[in-house]
Design a protein around this ligand. Structure first.
Ligand SMILES: Cc1ncc(COP(=O)(O)O)c(C=O)c1O
Length: 419
């Protein structure tokens, strides 16, 4: 039976009767291909930065569906836009015109300064498109540079760029040749960028890799190295872009303009939507028929994306994210000092933070969930925090208290003698 909700939970009533969660899990185990090790958590509704599970328990969400739900849940403007757009057509294909796609592209062009946009459905498709587009700029070259621990997606081209052997090895041979380099090592980068290099792919803040921000000096060195040999520079802002750092685009914050910018996650306001912002050099090379997609740039997803960008602008969310991020970063660093070594490092900015700990992050993640906080992990020892842009400070304060408690309740694995 759902528990009665506290007064502050108005609007969080479950819309459907709570189905037996054991039945949901059993059906999943029986019929869904086991590519995910799921956590036993059943979110069913939400409002703002709060989620409610099938039992009516309320959680603060510090993961946002892996950086997707920028405006949280049931944002009234998204709900209205969704109903309105869905009342017309759900899909028309890219053979024909539809207004929402052009309006979103116009907005992205105005905000980014890039001349053209290509729409797809997901992050990995944005990476695939970028691999193809960079080849047009460097015919016959297939050598790519990417970072150790970097992540660009799971399809074959994107996987070829993903610096995680566990994801990559079982599926080799992949596409082209990728040289993986340690992040923020400009000397290694300069040495690796040779005349046969087609493209350099960087996440300006590495997400899956453990929330590792690249320095301004490093991305500037990457721009110079790419220019030296005529290679393309690609920024994957799929996780870090569209406001998460308190800037709409991380390349603008860093002051380095790549040739392509990859976007996805929050772009469709919760529906699948990806995009490549295409710079002038490559925009002039791509011809009709060289790339395409049936679903990419779906009208409903584009309309939600447009509404998301409008809300970010009109509600002044970027300034709020920067202020909250500065405050939260200080609090996390204080927590590190007080943690007696349990917190090893704190990295990030805006509403993108990694808390590296001296113990198994998935165990801490489970305990935080029990206390009513949804967080992610990267690698085995980093808590990944990607809350909705609308998260209030009291939620983050409550999270800090809960984190202190779970670290005090657990211990680091004992170190082997003589190791
Ligand atoms: C930086 C980055 N690139 C690419 C991807 C792949 O995106 P998708 O899962 O939408 O294919 C992700 C997903 O987590 C990502 O974080």
């Amino acid at each position: 039976m759902p528990r009665p909700l506290p007064r502050e939970s108005e609007g969080l009533e479950l819309q459907t009767s709570a189905e037996d969660t054991a039945a949901v899990e059993a059906r999943d185990a029986a019929y869904i291909l086991g590519t995910y090790k799921r956590t036993s958590f059943h979110p069913r509704t939400g409002k703002g930065a709060k989620l409610v599970d099938a039992d009516g328990k309320v959680y603060w969400d510090l993961l946002a569906g892996i950086a997707v739900n920028a405006l949280g849940y049931k944002h009234p403007r998204l709900v209205r836009a969704l109903k309105d757009e869905a009342g017309h057509v759900l899909h028309v294909s890219n053979l024909f015109y539809q207004p929402a796609q052009g309006l979103l592209a116009e907005k992205l062009v105005a905000l980014s300064g890039f001349p053209k946009v290509f729409f797809c459905n997901t992050g990995t498709e944005a990476t695939e498109a970028a691999v193809k587009f960079t080849r047009l700029a460097t015919p016959g070259k297939s050598r790519m540079i990417a970072l150790e621990g970097g992540f660009h997606g799971r399809t074959m081209g994107a996987l070829a760029l993903t610096g995680n052997e566990g994801y990559r090895k079982p599926f080799e041979p992949l596409v082209g040749t990728t040289v993986f380099l340690p992040p923020n090592d400009a000397l290694a980068l300069n040495a690796a960028v040779t005349p046969d290099t087609s493209a350099i792919f960087l996440e300006p803040i590495m997400g899956e890799g453990g929330i590792i921000p690249l320095t301004v000096e490093y991305v500037a060195a990457a721009r110079a190295a790419a220019d030296r040999v005529g290679a393309s520079l690609v920024f994957d802002e799929i996780q870090s872009g569209l406001g998460r750092t308190g800037h709409l685009f991380v390349f603008q914050e860093l002051g380095v303009t790549p040739d392509l910018v990859l976007l996805a996650k929050p772009l469709g306001g919760g529906l699948p939507l990806g995009a490549v912002l295409v710079g002038p050099k490559i925009a002039a090379l791509v011809k009709a028929g060289q790339h395409g997609t049936t679903f990419g740039g779906n009208p409903v997803a584009c309309r939600l994306g447009l509404e998301t960008l409008r809300v970010i602008e009109e509600d002044g969310l970027l300034a709020k994210i920067r202020e909250t991020g500065e405050w939260f970063g200080k609090k996390l660093k204080t927590a590190k000092k007080k943690s007696k070594g349990a917190i090893v490092d704190v990295r990030g900015r805006g509403l993108m933070w990694g808390v590296e700990i001296d113990r198994d992050a998935s165990e801490i993640q489970k305990r935080l969930l029990q206390k009513g906080f949804v967080v992610g992990t990267s690698r085995s020892n980093v808590l990944r925090l990607l809350p909705p842009f609308v998260i209030p400070r009291p939620a983050l304060k409550a999270f800090l208290a809960a984190l202190g408690e779970v670290l005090a309740e657990t211990t680091a694995p004992s170190k082997e003698k003589n190791s």
